[in-house]
Design a protein around this ligand. Structure first.
Ligand SMILES: [Zn+2]
Ligand SMILES: [Zn+2]
Length: 396
């Protein structure tokens, strides 16, 4: 059966995350989005882990659910920040990790707590070399899956501009053969990934990296799996064998690190600056410091081929964001959330609309037209840069 998975989210214990996140509203909102399999987020954090152990019931090997929301399946998941020194540079890279069961989470927790404080942040900082951590986790259990997260983002992506790695081989050394997949991140899509030959060996997966339960964050990117059985082994095998049906993608220009630029907080004149990577600008004209180079410029630098055709993915825009653009206001306004709820009750879930099964009864004409524009790819964004999201524009 086909299952939509969002395998990278965060709990309220991660930096910058909403304080309202709990396991129940994650499950309830995922059901409205149409997500079938959700990462737990932050499963190495003691308080969150206790919460998970108290509330989750085992469905099959490595798959869990909540009594009150039985149709959402959870996979034990975290993100870590790995920090190590290499060639005189301090490397800070994010990795997504999936675990086969609670026992292996406990063993990994013991191992990783030698290299960092796991109680401090939902996404813990681990001070050790990438090879020792990957080999160490794999020695605990080969089924543990380690995936470089949002690979091109400037500060924490393995190929991001501030990581100063030329390629995955240099970054991962001997542990490269234990890595099977990479995460695109919001500012990149599979076309960009497939312009770099070295990445051809890796499966592409997409996730929301959501730090909240809001409907425009949770499930804004996802991967569609075809599973004969719903269990951890089948999920991991489909990732390792590159059998993912397709990914749902944010338009890269909507992501926070697409163009080169500086956000206004960096400037005395309180103005943002951004520019196309075609300008090849290194220095910000407002403050004279080096610009935050975006994902597009990074891919331009690293690419060695044209993208491969026939990559299976689909661009989407969170319906709640469409509503906010069409009706005005924000994704947090009550009238917009009210309309969103109406759409969900008409359609069962948001993803049903992107899957082509939609019931537009009673919706404003311009919203129906906007949804159809997105389906046809007839939309664009004022590009995002330096941690500012892009701004949606719909063609008429
Ligand atoms: Zn991250
Ligand atoms: Zn500047």
């Amino acid at each position: 059966m086909q299952m939509i998975g969002d395998l990278h989210i965060h709990s309220k214990y991660s930096g910058g995350a909403s304080r309202n996140i709990n396991i129940f509203n994650l499950a309830l909102n995922s059901a409205k989005k149409g997500i079938n399999i959700l990462g737990t987020g932050d499963c190495l954090h003691t308080s969150w882990l206790n919460n998970l152990k108290t509330n989750l019931i085992e469905y099959t090997d490595g798959v869990y659910y909540l009594d009150k929301v039985p149709n959402i399946y959870f996979i034990l998941q975290t993100e870590i920040e790995l920090i190590w020194k290499y060639n005189g540079h301090l490397k800070r890279v994010h990795f997504l990790i999936l675990f086969p069961n609670f026992e292996k989470v406990n063993e990994s927790l013991k191992f990783l707590s030698r290299f960092g404080d796991l109680g401090k942040n939902g996404r813990p900082k681990i001070y050790s070399s990438v090879e020792s951590i990957i080999f160490g986790l794999k020695a605990i259990d080969r089924r543990i899956e380690i995936i470089p997260a949002h690979i091109f983002t400037p500060f924490f992506g393995i190929l991001g501009e501030k990581s100063y790695f030329e390629n995955m081989g240099e970054a991962l050394g001997g542990s490269i053969n234990l890595i099977h997949a990479i995460e695109t991140g919001l500012s990149a899509d599979p076309f960009m990934v497939r312009r770099i030959s070295e990445l051809d060996r890796f499966t592409i997966i997409s996730n929301s990296d959501s730090h909240s339960t809001a409907f425009h964050r949770l499930g804004r990117e996802s991967s569609v799996f075809y599973l004969n059985k719903i269990n951890y082994r089948h999920l991991i095998e489909s990732i390792r064998a590159n059998k993912i049906v397709k990914t749902y993608e944010f338009k890269p220009s909507a992501g926070k690190y697409y163009y080169d630029g500086h956000k206004k907080e960096r400037h005395e004149n309180k103005l943002d600056y951004y520019c196309s990577p075609k300008l090849n600008l290194e220095i910000c004209p407002y403050c004279g410091k080096s610009l935050t180079k975006g994902v597009l410029s990074r891919v331009q630098k690293l690419h060695d081929k044209k993208y491969t055709e026939n990559i299976s993915f689909q661009y989407i825009v969170p319906i709640l964001s469409l509503i906010a653009v069409i009706l005005g206001g924000t994704e947090y306004d009550r009238k917009n959330l009210f309309l969103y709820d109406k759409i969900i009750s008409n359609n069962g879930s948001e993803y049903n609309i992107w899957e082509g099964k939609s019931n537009f009864k009673g919706l404003p004409e311009d919203l129906i037209s906007a949804i159809n524009h997105v389906r046809k790819g007839n939309f664009w964004f004022m590009p995002g840069y330096d941690s500012n999201y892009g701004k949606l524009q719909i063609n008429n």
